[in-house]
Write a protein that binds this ligand. Structure first.
Ligand SMILES: *Cc1c(COP(=O)(O)O)cnc(C)c1O
Length: 224
């Protein structure tokens, strides 16, 4: 007999327990760590059970997909907080500011300017992370470490509410040194939050200072 598919509530409880365990080892208060449940590619039917199990903070990586899924879910469930974890085009800044409660992927001056304008226009301040291309990967989003100081200065001048740094380390290599580097950069710039750690490495990220872990497949199963 194959094992039955795990219940979403059990998956959530298991991830929460792993977060609590990592926090204990790191002698950190578990309350410092926000679980962002990354629901990209998963339909509302897969999301609702997690909401019923108590999860309220979700992440999506595409504006269009979020726009299709979340207005109805928000209508039906109180207290939802939606985070954008994927790359954002400047021409979608207004939609993003309307839809999301936090943006993890600010990585260039044009986007800083577009988001600052969109927030002014909407009269709504959306907390942002600056995404750092922590492994200096050609194809990856994120600001180069060498450009971070200038980008933070632009964000500050535009009064964009930057609350921390975010990274996605290179695949298939030990992520800990990259998490440690992001933690150091955030400390150097006096930023309180670090968005780092996904299904395969969130415990390591918590031990190295993550305040926001972005967990998809450990909660929802694999994506096609
Ligand atoms: C998809 C995604 C995640 C979640 O990844 P899992 O490995 O499924 O936990 C986290 N962060 C970003 C930026 C993503 O695109």
């Amino acid at each position: 007999m194959p094992n039955p598919a795990p219940e979403p509530a059990d998956l959530l409880a298991a991830v929460r327990e792993r977060i609590a365990h990592a926090a204990r080892i790191a002698r950190r208060d578990v309350e410092e760590i926000t679980l962002v449940a990354v629901s990209k590619t998963h339909p509302a039917e897969a999301i609702v059970p997690l909401i019923h199990a108590g999860q309220r903070i979700f992440g999506e990586n595409r504006v269009q997909e979020a726009e299709a899924k979340w207005p109805a879910l928000r209508e039906a469930h109180a207290g939802i907080e939606l985070h954008l974890v994927g790359q954002l085009q400047s021409n979608k800044a207004e939609e993003a500011v309307r839809l999301f409660d936090c943006i993890h992927s600010v990585d260039r001056p044009s986007l800083v300017a577009a988001l600052a304008r969109a927030m002014d226009k909407a009269g709504r301040q959306v907390p942002c992370f600056i995404q750092v291309n922590i492994g200096a990967e050609e194809q990856k989003g994120g600001c180069a470490i060498a450009d971070l100081s200038a980008l933070l200065a632009e964000a500050s001048a535009a009064t964009l509410p930057v609350i921390g740094l975010m990274c996605v380390p290179p695949a298939e290599i030990e992520p800990a040194p990259f998490f440690a580097l992001l933690d150091k950069l955030a400390a150097d710039y006096g930023l309180a939050n670090r968005s780092m750690g996904m299904s395969d490495d969130f415990e390591t990220a918590i031990m190295l200072g993550a305040t926001h872990v972005r967990v998809g497949s450990a909660l929802f199963g694999g994506r096609d």
